[in-house]
Design a protein around this ligand. Sequence first.
Ligand code: GLV
Ligand code: MN
Ligand code: MN
Length: 406
Amino acid sequence: MTAARVMARADELATHSAWADGILRAYLTPEQSRVNAIAAAWMREAGLRAWPDAAANVCGRRLADDDDRPALLLGSHLDTVPGAGRYDGILGVLVAIEVADRLRDADLPFALEVVAFGDEEGTRFGATLLGSRALAGGWQESWLDLHDVDGVSLRDAATSFGLVPERIASAARPAGSVLGYLECHIEQGPRLEALDRALGVVTTIAAAERRMISFRGEARHAATPWELRHDALLGASQAIVAIERIAQEQGSPATVGRIRVEPDAVNVIPGFAEFSLDLRDGTATGRDATWGLIRHELQRIAVERGLDLEVTSTHAAPEAPCAPGLRAAIAAGIRATGDADPVELVSIAGHDAMAVADLTEIGMLFVRCAGGISHHADESVREDDVAAAIDAFEAAVLALADQHRS
Ligand code: GLV
Ligand code: MN
Ligand code: MN
């Protein structure tokens, strides 16, 4: 029953999108406002006292926990990338609500809370994990001056949403008020499916870094001879292919997902080209080594083509190891579903847990998704896997309760 409810709820949340066709739900938008209200109502149905925090995350605490005992947080995010599926982040929030519902009367040695984060993807303002970093105490006032593609500042978007921009940082939970964070998430990779397993234990979340890289050359008439050209787009193209080669050689996943050209006209040599780079690796040291090689190649291309190179970092996170005790609890949860030897995986994808790791210990449960497809409308999960995930997540909380009692 509960897995069917999760599937139906994921379908319902998918209807709240900025796009008529496809899912886009970004931070501080009317769509977020609607799903936040729905999530809060579901939390209340599950026996939680629900409230929006100062950063537009939705939080819920068991009614039974009306004291100031440190809380175990269960959570994930409700925002999406453009053209998203319906489970990335959302599944984790819905599973957390189901588990809270099941445990509403349980005698636990800690308080239990659910958190639905408002921004994990960084779709709108470039900087990422804004909701979870606010909760973890990492909010930066400078983010208020970030702008979306329409020129709306985060400050104005927050005000329109009903937040007080100067108070967003107060979403930070005091150290000691939280004793751990567990997140259930689709794998966003093909390994569980290849191993024929529904669930897995995350060992570490990979280090990540996002940059904007630009080449500036000279916009000239398309009749300009080759030897007089300084074509920024050709520099960017050469760079992007080199990034693929270097990243593959180093084993660091790298993605160029955005590119912008000026003046963007068919008969004008591009004078400016800017692209994004998302670079990941199991460790920050490995990531930085790969970036060093990429940077060297970008500089070589700039000199070769007579271009000016500029690099701006928009996000950097070290690898986030999951805590041994929470990993053990997740593994115990999976074993409770009949899988005697739970698979362990490194997460290449980023998660709210990376941000929450600055506040408290983290643990993650992965759920198989078909073909490893994610950040796409074809993202899908099996209902029986969702049922197993709810059982495992509940059992993980109970295993953690046992750890705390002993
Ligand atoms: C989030 O989905 C990320 O890994 O970038
Ligand atoms: Mn995502
Ligand atoms: Mn996610």
